[in-house]
Design a protein around this ligand. Sequence first.
Ligand SMILES: Nc1ncnc2c1ncn2[C@@H]1O[C@H](COP(=O)(O)OP(=O)(O)OP(=O)(O)O)[C@@H](O)[C@H]1O
Ligand SMILES: [Mg+2]
Length: 347
Amino acid sequence: MENTPTRLTEWSEGSGCGCKIAPAILDQILNSSGSFSQSDPKLLVGNSGKDDAAVYQVSEDLAVINTVDFFTPIVDDPFDFGRIAAANALSDVYAMGGKPIFANAILSWPVEKLVPELAAKVMEGAKSICKTAGIELAGGHSIAAKDPIFGLSVNGVVHPHKIKKNQGAKAGDVIYLTKPLGVGVLATALKRQKISDQDYLSLLDTACRLNSIGEILGNHEEVHAMTDVTGFGLLGHLIEMCEGSRVSAEIDLHKLPMIAGVQEYINQFIFPDNTYRNWNAYSAKTKGVVGMDLVKLCDPQTSGGLLIAVKGGNQLWFEETMKQQGQVIWEIGKFTEKGEFVVEVNS
Ligand SMILES: Nc1ncnc2c1ncn2[C@@H]1O[C@H](COP(=O)(O)OP(=O)(O)OP(=O)(O)O)[C@@H](O)[C@H]1O
Ligand SMILES: [Mg+2]
């Protein structure tokens, strides 16, 4: 027991969605295993479009959604870890325009080294978020293994006509984001024991907030496309949207919302290593990024906000509708005709 790490984040290399396999490697695995080959016509959304969840039609007016998401600890407090992991997993159902109905837990725990009470706290945190989402944590699967890992497989429903994919954005659509960026930076500050109490609360406030507005957005045909921003950072998920939709995008750096306090950590070079992994994957497709601005664009988010393409000319209506729902949003740019670069950043 002597060398057993005492803080949950010491058990993980990357943390939260930052431990996702890099896009190019995932592509290699899925391609060579034939995992993109799907032929069931009832599978309305499979994995070929790199969407947030799978969607399967069960009747004319009903489709089920399923998604699975798990990761190593992003924070030290087990209850908060459970909450963040649950909010993050639920997000992929909301990002499809769906309504979650129940979830199962995925738990890996080094039972010889971390007391079961800590795992119980993780579960309690997840249950509290499921309760907020109005769903039951119905069951799960648990293994004893070297690393603590937690997540959920979430089931949801959606009307087949209301599914929102990450493809479907059109030139002229306005780009909105529903949460500020910087979760990866704050999680790294926490891991290095540099985070202030106030900034930890900001991290929780952002990462535990549900993207439930997605279910409402499913009702609006002016919303052309939607995804959530997670491990590949704003830039990665925006590029996925653009490539799936065969358009480009222009974003304004000064419009990007950042969680309060994040810039100070960036100034001290506190940010996840995977920020560079993301930048290496996307830099050739991007124009206009200067110096350390890449950190804001590529910071791996865990339980990040929704990235939404709204039909051009509908900004007033959209912003008013979101205000009525009590949903904060930021307009960050627009989709354009497909150009030489996938994303152009105006600084
Ligand atoms: N092991 C796998 N087998 C088959 N498909 C996979 C596998 N891992 C990922 N995918 C598919 O790859 C695509 C991208 O996966 P990714 O995990 O990045 O999406 P996501 O669930 O939206 O991520 P996030 O939870 O971070 O929002 C999805 O369509 C997903 O279904
Ligand atoms: Mg997603």
